[in-house]
Design a protein around this ligand. Structure first.
Ligand code: PLP
Length: 401
């Protein structure tokens, strides 16, 4: 029988989806499940997005579109990033893709030859590792444990970039930790980046509107605009506008990189659909009250989750200031037994499994993100479910002996 390509042996389905699927199955069997697992924003965009879609349907051209993205969408995105303080870009610097994930895949193909190195901090978003493995890149993981608030230090970055990786991939605010770098922290990292001219820098900033406590959103380019010829900024409609299923992502970066991604688009997706384009323009250019309201709601939920975790002895959890994740270190409980079921908790995967079986609460094991001491709580569930979910979580830890 003919063989599959070697890259398929390196490709893995998302570890996050495995937990979500088990939770879904238990729910279908009638169990009362509270899901803190999948990273979806759990809200819908404003009515103006649906109005734009209806309008676009009425005028549908039925034609192929631009490989880069429709001009009106590129212009809407340019305005959007200008409001984030990323100025001086033109259409030639922008490309659309089928979500930020597809953009990362595009960039991996555009920037990495087999055996080239990509460096990124751990904990990392799972797909970084999976995509890097599919394109057969070498991966340099930069450990950022809870003791350093899951954040990369300038010294670590300096050491990593001194090895001249082809790509450094940076995510702020972070999935899975929710950690958000302050202005001073980003400025210090930008100074390090500026010292090392041989590396492409991808900043995956898709949670840039979900930042709490007045920390603000900061990018290396705010401090070192001269990095524009190496920094590739990523954004997405998924989290900001409650549109993960609409699949629209963007990059803003050097023209050469944008052109390479357009060529890749032309060879697989051709274009993002006309109807989706209309929705995306309306989301970017329309009223921003939904994302603003959601950001305030997520900050309040973050506080509720942190208060519940603080009441559990032995859990260590740096305070996240963005996105919608909390990433507690629960390793003090490894080696214990769940009293009522007798189940042994050897590691994060055991803990998440027993927690789901015993209490119907679904979380993602930290090992999916390269940090097996922790688990991820995604707190976008309907508000009335949050307190009971965290109550069950506390009860579960009280039952470990
Ligand atoms: N980057 C990060 C850090 C994410 O958390 C996600 C989705 O969870 C993505 C990229 C992918 O987003 P999209 O839905 O735009 O593909």
């Amino acid at each position: 029988m003919p063989q599959l390509a070697r890259r398929i042996g390196r490709a893995k389905p998302s570890a996050i989806m495995v937990v979500a699927e088990k939770a879904k199955k238990l729910k279908a069997e009638g169990r009362d499940i509270i899901s803190f697992s999948i990273g979806v924003p759990n809200f819908l965009p404003g009515p103006h997005v649906y109005d734009a879609v209806r309008d676009a349907l009425a005028k549908d051209s039925g034609q192929y579109g631009s490989n880069r993205g429709a001009d009106a969408l590129l212009d809407a995105f340019l305005k959007h990033i200008e409001a984030l303080g990323l100025t001086g870009y033109a259409r030639a610097n922008i490309v659309t893709a089928v979500g930020a994930k597809h953009m990362i895949y595009n960039l991996a193909e555009a920037l990495l030859d087999e055996g080239d190195t990509i460096a990124f901090p751990t904990p990392y978003w799972t797909s970084y590792l999976d995509i890097a493995e599919i394109v057969d890149a070498k991966i340099d993981l930069l450990p950022c444990p809870p003791e350093q608030d899951y954040k990369l230090t300038p010294a670590q970055l300096d050491a990593a970039l001194a090895k001249k990786p082809k790509v450094f991939l940076f995510n702020n605010p972070s999935n899975p930790t929710g950690m958000t770098y302050t202005k001073d922290e980003i400025a210090a990292l930008a100074d390090v980046v500026a010292k090392h001219p041989d590396t492409w820098i991808i900043t995956d900033d898709i949670y840039n509107t979900m930042v709490f406590d007045g920390v603000g959103y900061h990018n290396f380019l705010h401090f070192r605009p001269e990095l524009r010829d190496r920094v590739i900024f990523l954004d997405s409609l998924s989290k900001t506008y409650g549109m993960p299923g609409w699949r629209v992502g963007f990059m803003a970066g050097p023209e050469t990189v944008a052109k390479a991604v357009v060529t890749l688009n032309s060879n697989h997706i051709t274009n993002i659909p006309e109807i989706t384009t209309a929705a995306a323009i309306a989301a970017l250019a329309g009223p921003q009250d939904v994302p603003q309201r959601k950001c305030a709601e997520f900050q309040a939920k973050r506080d509720e989750v942190m208060a519940a975790l603080a009441a559990i002895p032995g859990i260590v959890c740096p305070k996240p200031q963005g996105a919608f994740y909390v990433f507690p270190d629960v390793s003090a409980y490894y080696g214990k037994t769940h009293g009522p079921s007798g189940a042994k908790i050897g590691n994060d995967v055991d803990l998440c499994n027993v927690l789901l079986d015993a209490k119907g609460v679904a979380c993602v094991p930290g090992s999916a993100f390269g940090e097996p001491r922790a688990l991820r709580i995604s707190y976008t569930c309907p508000t009335p479910q949050l307190a009971p979910g965290m109550q069950r979580f506390r009860e579960f830890f009280a039952e470990l002996e």
